[in-house]
Ligand binder design. Structure first.
Ligand code: TXA
Ligand code: MG
Length: 357
């Protein structure tokens, strides 16, 4: 593979469209994280996604479309619940899992949904993602544009760091606004979309809505529109058949050993910092009182959920980079003391990125 180019603007979109049409991969920004896109109708192109990411073929992909009518083409029996949710939250960070179109109009590559009878679909709200989808005029399958199991990218530089040489093109934000590498790039949400399974809800009612992955559209927001929903609590083991996929226990993880702790554990831990086991620690904290002096490092996170979420992946990358500089380093993440709204998604990612201390 030749060098990976980073492009932007309308010329960048045109280049991306041409590559997608010829069966190649293109990374592009969304309001959640950067996606690694391929034409969802092209089995060969979709196979390249799994290959570039090193992703197990049992883990299905999200299909991105420009609007509701683009979504309906790939869905069997678009329900009233789907319509309500789409009207309220699209374009935006909500992925709906729905029955996949059986035959006729449905020519998505089967690999997109890893052989399942359902399809995960969303309309992103990032202007570059929407422009790309409109210009391409077809469905784009896209997981997060990182190597499987590691931290998702919220800036073009993050994608480049992991996938340079493996993909031909990274589409960046046109203006570069908010694109400071430390600030979460141009992904305003910063965490992957909420995945909501409504595939068992028909028009006659019955069947539950289940949040498979918490994200920017919170449980509370969804319940305001469709009433009570369940939250999937389990997790899958890698390579396990994907009957209710998407929840690998260890995911989003930095390379430096990373641990999580609760505020109440701090006094005890603080006393252990600097001992042989914890020679050098990088603390990811939201509390200025939970910090360590050199040779340790402290990265202070914002206290508001939206800001914390937006910056989390860039901070994990920064902590990892600091950890990689000195052998024997560890990352300690202070867990938030709140669980509602967007904190549920933050907590979910932190638990997958870290081990219990
Ligand atoms: O915000 C996002 O959703 C980003 C951007 C690029 O749109 N994409 C993303 O894709 O996070 P990925 O592949 O990293 O996560 C897709 C999730 C996985 O947890 C997968 O198992 C689940 O969606 N998923 C996909 N198809 C599914 C299906 N048919 N049934 C259940 N879960 C599904
Ligand atoms: Mg991912």
């Amino acid at each position: 593979m030749n060098a990976t180019k980073i492009v932007s603007g309308s010329a960048g979109i045109a280049e991306a469209v041409a590559l997608l049409a010829s069966g190649e991969l293109v990374a592009f920004p969304t309001e959640t994280v950067f996606g690694l896109g391929a034409d969802a109708r092209d089995a060969g192109a979709v196979a390249k996604i799994y290959q570039a990411k090193g992703r197990p073929s049992t883990n299905p992909l999200i299909v991105h479309v420009a609007d509701v009518s683009g979504a309906k083409r790939w869905v069997e029996g678009w329900s009233e619940v789907a319509q309500k949710l789409a009207e309220r939250f699209w374009p935006g960070p909500l992925t709906l899992v729905l029955p996949r179109k059986r035959s006729g109009g449905g020519n998505l590559a089967p690999e997109v949904s890893a052989g399942l009878s359902t399809v995960a679909i969303r309309v992103p709200r990032h202007p570059v993602a929407l422009s790309l989808l409109r210009a391409f005029g077809g469905p784009i399958a896209a997981p997060s544009a990182n190597r499987s199991g590691f931290v998702s990218p919220t800036a073009a530089a993050h994608v480049y760091a992991e996938l340079a040489g493996r993909i031909p093109l990274i589409l960046d934000n046109e203006t570069g606004m908010g694109g400071e590498s430390g600030g979460g790039g141009d992904c305003s949400v910063g965490l992957e979309s909420t995945v909501l399974d409504i595939s068992r809800i028909g028009n006659g009612g019955g069947g539950n809505a289940i949040i498979l992955r918490p994200g920017g559209i919170t449980r509370e927001m969804i319940e305001e529109v469709i009433g009570s929903v369940e939250v999937f609590q389990g997790h899958l083991v890698e390579h396990q058949a994907a009957a209710s996929p998407g929840m690998l226990e260890r995911h989003y993880a930095p390379r430096t050993p990373a641990y999580r702790f609760k505020p109440a554990q701090w006094p005890e831990l603080q006393a252990q910092a600097g001992t042989k086991k914890w020679e050098r620690v990088i603390v990811l904290s939201w509390d200025p009182h939970v910090a360590l002096p050199t040779p340790h490092e402290t990265l202070l996170m914002p206290e508001a959920a939206e800001d914390y979420a937006r910056q989390l992946y860039a901070a994990l990358r920064q902590a990892d980079a600091l950890g990689q500089q000195v052998p024997g380093s560890s990352i300690w993440v202070l867990l938030p003391d709140k669980h509602h709204g967007l904190w549920a998604a933050v907590m979910d990612r932190l638990k997958r990125a870290t081990m219990k201390i």
